[in-house]
Design a protein around this ligand. Structure first.
Ligand SMILES: C[S@@+](CC[C@H](N)C(=O)[O-])C[C@H]1O[C@@H](n2cnc3c(N)ncnc32)[C@H](O)[C@@H]1O
Length: 453
């Protein structure tokens, strides 16, 4: 992202949302990053912040559905920015019950006048008022179930088909709908600094609400506010992290004093979790392909008061060239992946990801696992995780790995709450976004066979 923001903030939430959507559409920025940057840079207040977030994400989440609704009302072609303006206005009219539809139309007309001219404003007014009078077409009229899900939930057809092939129509439908639901904010309590009760008290003292999750013991659900701005965050008592992302470090479950490798570590969400589980005793090598990302890990360890982490820029696939064979007690490979489990947070993924990307990623994932095996001690534990939901590429990668690595065996995923433990099969766990309202996530665990000395 450039140093100069692409979003001008003059207090007009819809106009700012339009600028963000246009930048995202031109691949100038990721929606989550540009939205956060805009909010931070312009110090946007809570009420506007909530609306800006809702309109930007909502419009992006439902882009294809909105186009389906708009199509019968648009004669000829409209400018690219006008189409985005229509989408974001219709999103408010159709999905946000608290905004009077006429207010959304009036705002759209004003923006059209300012960004274009009176003619465009009249056209926008005409289209939106016709929709108000006539209503939108029902997606129930679409007979083909894949096409209907594609339009209804605004996911590309190849992805809908892939989810249905992988998991059946029921699970796929639930997941596609859940992907459009805004995520809950969750934080992880740093138990080396304080208890869950202390974290709740500290967060609530600043006017936010925090409650224990009934899934992961170190997880809190936080509402109405920005936990990253709290004292608890600044003092290292909490870390912003999705609940599913708390699974891999728990499954790795290293003891204090161990030597651990976190192979794809930046920005360090799981490295720091591993360090907390180890009570900040032992040593962790946190590596990542991109040297500039290592600063993020250092920043996190400093804030959390963790001093057992060392970082190094290493391509995990070449780890055996730099690290001693058989030298780590436990290794986490939190691999680069297609991100199909995090589309609620990053709706851009729905429209930018291509099916062939999944193939390329699998080659990298297998190379990382192969390298990890070489530097793992005998009897050591290897945990593999991705934030994606794809049977062929998650379970498929594990099967391909095991078939070429007879020295490794799949093992039971330990140290998990019962609700998660009972969902595992053959040393693998796939969490769907609809299971617990957390990200879609995959975790597998292996042991290096043989006698340890
Ligand atoms: C899913 S993210 C890791 C998130 C991190 N574990 C956390 O919890 O904060 C995947 C990471 O893998 C890194 N990566 C991609 N290819 C890699 C490679 N060949 N070797 C090491 N790291 C790689 C990316 O830079 C990215 O930071």
């Amino acid at each position: 992202m450039s140093k100069k923001s692409v979003v001008i903030w003059d207090g007009n939430v819809r106009d700012a949302a339009l600028s963000i959507l246009l930048a995202v559409d031109k691949n100038q920025a990721y929606s989550n990053l540009l939205l956060n940057e805009t909010i931070k840079r312009h110090k946007i207040e809570a009420k506007d912040r909530a609306l800006l977030t809702e309109i930007t994400y909502g419009t992006l989440q439902y882009k294809m559905t909105l186009d389906y609704y708009l199509e019968p009302f648009i004669r000829g072609s409209v400018d690219h920015w006008v189409r985005w303006l229509l989408r974001l206005s219709l999103y408010q009219m159709h999905y946000l019950t608290r905004i009077p539809p006429h207010a959304a139309v009036n705002e759209a007309v004003e923006i059209a006048k300012r960004r274009g001219h009176q003619g465009i404003a009249s056209m926008v007014n005409g289209i939106l008022r016709s929709i108000l009078r006539q209503g939108v077409a029902s997606t129930d009229d679409i007979k083909d179930p894949i096409e209907r899900l594609t339009i209804e939930t605004s996911h590309p057809e190849w992805l809908v088909q892939r989810f249905v092939d992988n998991y059946g129509i029921k699970v796929a439908t639930e997941m596609l709908h859940e992907n459009n639901v805004p995520p809950v904010q969750t934080v992880r309590v740093n138990m080396t600094k304080g208890s869950v009760e202390q974290a709740i008290a500290s967060i609530e003292a600043e006017g936010l609400s925090a409650k224990r999750s009934d899934l992961m013991p170190e997880c809190l659900h936080v509402t109405n506010g920005q936990p990253a701005r709290t004292k608890a965050f600044q003092e290292g008592l909490i870390t912003i992290q999705d609940e599913s992302s708390m699974i891999p470090a728990n499954v790795l479950n290293p003891s204090p004093g161990m030597r651990v490798l976190d192979m794809c570590a930046a920005p360090g969400g799981k490295t720091t979790h591993i360090a907390e589980i180890m009570k900040n005793e032992g040593s962790i090598l946190a590596t990542d392909l991109h040297p500039h990302k290592l600063d993020l890990i250092d920043h996190n360890t400093d804030r959390l008061g963790i001093d057992i982490v060392e970082t190094a820029p290493i391509d995990g696939r070449k780890a055996p060239d730099f690290l001693q064979p058989g030298s780590f007690d436990a290794i986490l490979v939190d691999a680069p992946c297609s991100g199909l489990g995090v589309m609620r947070r990053k709706p851009d993924i729905k429209y930018t990801k291509r099916e062939e990307d999944l193939e390329n990623l699998q080659k990298i994932q297998l190379a990382l696992l192969d390298a990890a095996t070489k530097v793992l001690k005998i009897d050591g534990k290897l945990v593999y995780s991705t934030c994606t939901v794809d049977k062929k590429k998650n379970e498929g990668t594990v099967e391909a790995f095991l078939s070429t690595h007879p020295e490794m065996e799949a093992i039971q995923l330990e140290s998990l709450p019962t609700k998660l433990a009972e969902k595992q099969a053959n040393g693998m766990l796939q969490v769907f976004p609809q299971d617990f309202g957390s990200d879609g996530f995959f975790v597998a665990a292996f042991r290096k066979k043989g006698e340890s000395n």
